[in-house]
Design a protein around this ligand. Sequence first.
Ligand code: NDP
Length: 407
Amino acid sequence: MSAVPLRNNKAAASAARAVSVLGATGSIGDSTMDLLRGAPERYQVEALTANSNVAALVKLAREFNARFAAIADPDLLKDLQDALSGTGIECGAGESAIIEAAARPADWVMAAVSGAAGLKPALAAVDRGATVALANKECLVCAGDFFMQRAVSAGARILPADSEHNALFQALGSGNREELVRVIITASGGPFRTWDSADIERATLAQALKHPNWSMGQKITIDSASMMNKGLEVIEASYLFGLTPDEIDVLVHPQSIIHGMVEFSDRSVVAQLGAPDMRIPIAHCLGWPDRIVGPSARLDLARIGQLTFEAPDFNRFPGLKLAYDALHTGQGATTVFNAANEVAVAAFIAGKIRFGAIARLVEATMNAWVRSGNLAPLSSADDAIAVDHNARSKAATLLPQIAAKAS
Ligand code: NDP
């Protein structure tokens, strides 16, 4: 049984929904609030959360008359309380308040906290059987096996919010598991798609941040340039849909119009298309199992003219190959892959390593972890967080020698 509901069940639709948005002040949060704003009568906002951006959280909590607002930084509780005093909106601070926000009774929860901090809150929503629109990658990359098992046990529904996985989610409903041959995740190829290895090695931060199609946060934009993001998405797809690495292909598609495709046994390939706008997959999750009216631009294929495709180049983008290696090794390895990449990206942003060294640091950390022989399966959020912490320390230890070594 899968926690991802692959066939629509219209009987499950409800007219009005209580919703919570975890990570409401971020990029995905912003797109989600924009959709809620479009039909305020259809939604009652139960809880909103942020890390430290009190002003933005307060503004949203007031605008949507949320029942509960939570800030992760415990030092900011007083600021939040003062700013919301007289509104009747309850406040909380610290990690426990973010988890409380997720545990409060909302039918639909957007899980869009960034990083490993998103895991426990998403689990709190899953454990009470909520419908969870999942944007946070770490829930799957760091802990996908037991995250999905917990969702099945609790009767939670996981709706993939990431554009590629949402596309697969929409296309997978055209057949069943036995009929599936493979899924294809598309990749724009990022700003270095046509660059040679030597130029990619020396790419600057400003060059890495120039994504050709998508407007996203800094970390995910750099991951797109290195194709580490596509690697993370391959891992996510494996856990979400129960696919082997051999059933997941990546196809470079510079226009970012087709987001994902599924090939079935009769050789039909079903694709989902749309403008590169995160509000489209989020709207699909928000409306599911119905469709809502979205504010995004309509797709004009005649104007776009051409859709082109290329095979990914594992030599120029070794991070993508490392993701497949991690998936073959198992859950802990994907946790290490993600943690090492976060350390590497932070080091690149800080000017400590070259762009090309991001993949080398991830590879060195993964190799050290495999050599340690500590390959037991993860059975709790704390297990995953421990592997994540250890991998970060290992990556930090390896950083100076990777930085010193020219390619
Ligand atoms: P942002 O950095 O824009 O926003 C992150 C949100 O999480 C903010 O609300 C932030 O609060 C909050 N937050 C950060 N750290 C913590 C913490 N320790 N505890 C509690 N809350 C915290 O990220 P995105 O919206 O871009 O991405 C969110 C997730 O969705 C990520 O996992 C990302 O990989 C994934 N994703 C993003 C896509 C995109 O297009 N942006 C596409 C697909 C997936 P504050 O504002 O106060 O810092």
